[in-house]
Ligand binder design. Structure first.
Ligand code: AHR
Length: 655
């Protein structure tokens, strides 16, 4: 029945697009009509999903509050400089359009004092492959330091260092924020144990600088080993950055996909559990950085709890095995009597997490994916993974890997429809100098995928009686220089316009899209960007926040839409208000008349507008916003004026 209703909405939208007339600047003589009775399927709340990946500065440097680079000494400390180097990934738009970005290429730790006293000891390292060791002899002094830490005057920082000493040594930890003789704070630890122990410190910075330094200086006799150390702003929320978390709370996404992305196909979830200081640092298997393994399954669940959002966990079907995917699920959902559930309980979380959403692999169709194989071989593996996972928890919602364009979706649906709940699709778009093409491309492709899946539903016997829907669990623009680390591309006002139209298209195809995850969230092609001390919404983040907060749930048909404007509308759950949105990519204000078919305007209407000075305006963390949301009451008569280059969302009370 719902499908029939959708068809009437689909048909009227088609009519609307066929007969729409351009209005550039002129008052539209034909009213835009919202037909309240022509409803589509309710918009899935999961359409407003997000994605975070262990890549670039998304987790480490964006969401996680650790201030130190390479805190577990993945790279040997050699004193060689420079630690950071400029690196050009490639000339194409996905790789940064030929613009180099600065990446950590070797250890950021430098040696203090006599280098001969210093070594990377491989015998029983505290964590990883080696432990920095100072051999002070009968009487000596030496240490290590790291620069480029950002501190803010008056702000408190907390840390710990893990040390052992074979002799009689004293270790001082100093936070240095200037070159003057008093511009530092110090904490000294004496009578160190022969066994590794954690020593804690707090400092309040008395200067604002992005080039503060932490020093660990040992003096006395014998050897001193530095197992690992950590430094975070004291206002961190269970290890997460307070400023980023505040914006993520505003973003209010109902679901987060994690940990990848390409990353997951080389990720061993066991590396990310247990004592964080003992978890091994590794080379990121898919990207340029180090995986510190400070954020693992349990931390991700804390993140979800703090944001009141649902977890959507991707398992490794690349290098991983069915057994390991099942063990991971048992770690999350098994009770404390199961082997993995017991392990979770020992790690401080006795209650099963009951995670429902599971991504069975990522982009296995691509030759860039770790473990890539032919579709035939992969589907055998997919089935084994799902069988093993269902034995642990038969109630999971499993999302299989799909790709409509290459035919991978068709084969997966044909052969594995009983081994999935939904199917994933991904989409990324690049810049188009023609603004109308730039902003309309996402919608065209979202519709193309929806139509393709509807066709498969008709064609494939395996799909009869099933409702396998699309989880577009990666979608976004992705192009241009990496300003915020690896894949840290910037978003502009026109990208925000395109993101709003993309949401309109998900609404227009609400029968088939069960989930969509804006990819990604922080820094890495993210709708939030951070520096070391500030976080800010991009244009796209403001759109996602506004629509999630305000939009109705039952889409209704909109006709007579003057091109190149894009419009959508939805009723709220109680049907007492209508949300109506307009994206205006033109450089002129547009005056519209809105007619309601099947309802009458009530007394009140409130509008929210997102706009900025020009097409390529953008926000920068720590600076006043060039693009923002403004709100004001508007006439409830159906007369509406939308500014140039804007997104306007109006909530009309209905009688
Ligand atoms: O989001 C960046 C990358 O794009 C993801 O890791 C991968 O799934 C996709 O190709």
């Amino acid at each position: 029945m719902k499908q029939a209703i959708y068809t009437s909405l689909g048909a009227s939208l088609l009519v609307a697009s066929l007969f729409s007339a351009p209005v550039f600047g002129a008052e539209n003589p034909v009213p835009v009509t919202v037909s309240i009775k022509q409803t589509g399927e309710p918009i899935s709340p999961y359409i407003y999903g997000q994605f975070i990946e262990h890549l670039g500065e998304c987790i480490y440097g964006g969401i996680w509050a650790e201030m130190l680079q390479d805190r577990k000494f993945f790279y040997p400390v050699t004193g060689e400089t420079p630690a950071w180097d400029f690196f050009k990934i490639g000339d194409d738009a996905f790789s940064g359009a030929g613009h180099p970005l600065e990446l950590l290429r070797r250890s950021p730790w430098m040696i203090l004092g006599n280098k001969k006293l210093f070594s990377m000891n491989k015998d029983n390292p505290y964590v990883g492959a080696h432990t920095p060791t100072l051999d002070l002899g009968d009487k000596g002094m030496g240490g290590i330091y790291q620069e480029r830490l950002a501190v803010v005057k008056g702000k408190k920082y907390s840390g710990r260092v893990i040390l052992s000493s074979s002799g009689n040594a004293t270790v001082s930890v100093r936070l240095v924020w200037g070159s003057g003789s008093t511009q530092f704070a110090v904490k000294t630890f004496e009578k160190l144990s022969n066994e590794f122990e954690k020593y804690y410190f707090d400092f309040t910075a008395d200067n604002t600088t992005d080039n503060a330094r932490i020093e660990i200086i040992a003096s006395g006799s014998g050897t001193v080993k530095i197992g690992t150390l950590s430094l975070m702003p004291s206002d961190n929320i269970y290890g997460f950055r307070a400023d980023t978390m505040a914006l993520l709370k505003e973003l209010n996404s109902p679901v987060y996909r994690w940990p990848g992305g390409n990353f997951v196909s080389g990720y061993n979830w066991r590396d990310g559990i247990g004592d964080p200081d003992k978890r091994p640092p590794r080379k990121n298997p898919a990207w340029t950085g180090i995986e510190h393994n400070d954020v693992g399954l349990d931390e991700f669940m804390v993140f979800c709890r703090e944001l009141n959002t649902e977890p959507y966990i991707a398992v490794n079907t690349g290098a991983g095995t069915p057994e390991e995917c099942a063990a991971e699920l048992e770690y999350m959902n098994g009770d404390a009597t199961t082997p993995m559930g017991k392990m979770r309980a020992e790690n401080g979380n006795p209650m099963p997490y009951d995670v429902k959403w599971w991504a069975i692999g990522n982009e296995m169709y691509g030759n860039w994916q770790i473990g890539h194989m032919t579709v035939e071989k992969y589907l055998e593996k997919h089935q084994k993974v799902v069988d093993a996972m269902r034995k642990v928890d038969p109630n999971i919602i499993g999302v299989a890997v799909g790709d409509l364009g290459s035919g991978w979706s068709k084969k997966t649906l044909e052969n594995c429809s009983d081994h999935m709940t939904h199917l994933s699709e991904h989409m990324y778009w690049q810049y188009n100098p023609d603004i109308v093409k730039h902003v309309s491309r996402p919608a065209n492709e979202i519709k193309w995928k929806a139509d393709g899946h509807r066709k498969l539903r008709q064609e494939l016997p395996a799909l009869q009686g099933k409702n396998i829907r699309i989880a577009m669990d990666e979608w976004n623009y992705w192009y241009g220089p990496n300003v915020f680390g690896e894949l840290g591309t910037r978003y502009f006002l026109d990208d925000g316009l395109g993101a709003a139209i993309a949401l309109h298209e998900f609404y227009r195809n609400s029968d088939i899209y069960v989930m969509a995850n804006y990819a990604q969230t922080v820094n890495v092609i993210g709708c939030i960007k951070t520096t070391k001390t500030h976080a800010e919404f991009e244009s796209t983040g403001l759109v996602l926040k506004l629509y999630r907060e305000r939009y109705g749930v039952t889409p209704v048909a909109v006709s007579n839409v003057p091109k190149p404007l894009d419009m959508a509308a939805a009723l709220t759950a109680d049907q007492r208000a209508l949300t109506f949105s307009v994206v205006n990519p033109t450089s002129e204000k547009q005056d519209l008349t809105l007619a309601l078919d099947g309802a009458t305007f009530g007394n009140r209407a409130q509008q929210w507008v997102i706009t900025g000075p020009e097409r390529r305006s953008y926000n920068n963390p720590g600076e006043p916003r060039a693009i923002d949301i403004t709100s004001s009451p508007v006439s409830a008569s159906g007369k509406l004026s939308v500014p140039p280059l804007s997104i306007t969302l109006v909530s009309y009370d209905l009688k």
